[in-house]
Design a protein around this ligand. Structure first.
Ligand code: MN
Length: 164
């Protein structure tokens, strides 16, 4: 759903894509990490799921070390076109600051149910236990996104490099 995304932005002022939902399923879904120098620097980690980019803001960015647990705060879905967006969001607008693509590529869903059966990305996100294999230029291999109940907030997840 892009309702929240659209409600936060004035497309007459920002050059970000207004976007639309794409129904067709990609054989090779994409991921992108955008370095976003907003009020506070963070990295937006996005995975293509069901025609949108599911999105998390990662203050410290993804780590290649499996010992690190990086806070990833779930944010609103973004349109797929956002995966190509780079530019400057003007002052006074939501997310004002520079956006640069830090890494991008495709991913494979590795998420499994407790009984070991494959789980769709939609269900994995609902369950709060996502595992993906990234094929990017910088990021390669397994990454887990796990929802925490840290401070009782539902939108807090951890992004962790897996050993596979
Ligand atoms: Mn951002």
């Amino acid at each position: 759903m892009l309702k929240v995304y659209k409600s936060k932005r004035d497309f007459k002022k920002t050059s970000e894509p207004s976007g639309s939902l794409r129904k067709a399923k990609s054989k090779q879904p994409m991921f992108v990490v955008q370095k976003h120098q907003a009020r506070a620097l963070h990295y937006d980690f996005r995975l293509e799921v069901s025609g949108v980019l599911k999105s998390w803001a990662v203050p410290k960015g993804p780590s290649k070390n499996s010992k690190d647990k990086r806070l990833a705060v779930m944010t609103e879905d973004h349109p797929l076109e956002y995966g190509k967006f780079e530019g400057e969001i003007p002052k006074g607008e939501y997310g004002a600051g520079k956006v640069k693509i830090w890494d991008s590529g495709t991913y494979e869903n590795l998420s499994k149910k407790k009984d070991g059966k494959d789980m769709s990305m939609e269900s994995a996100i609902k369950e709060g236990e996502v595992e993906v294999k990234l094929s990017g230029k910088k990021l390669k291999g397994g990454y887990a996104l796990v929802r925490t109940k840290f401070r009782g907030e539902k939108k807090n997840w951890l992004l962790i490099k897996m050993k596979k």
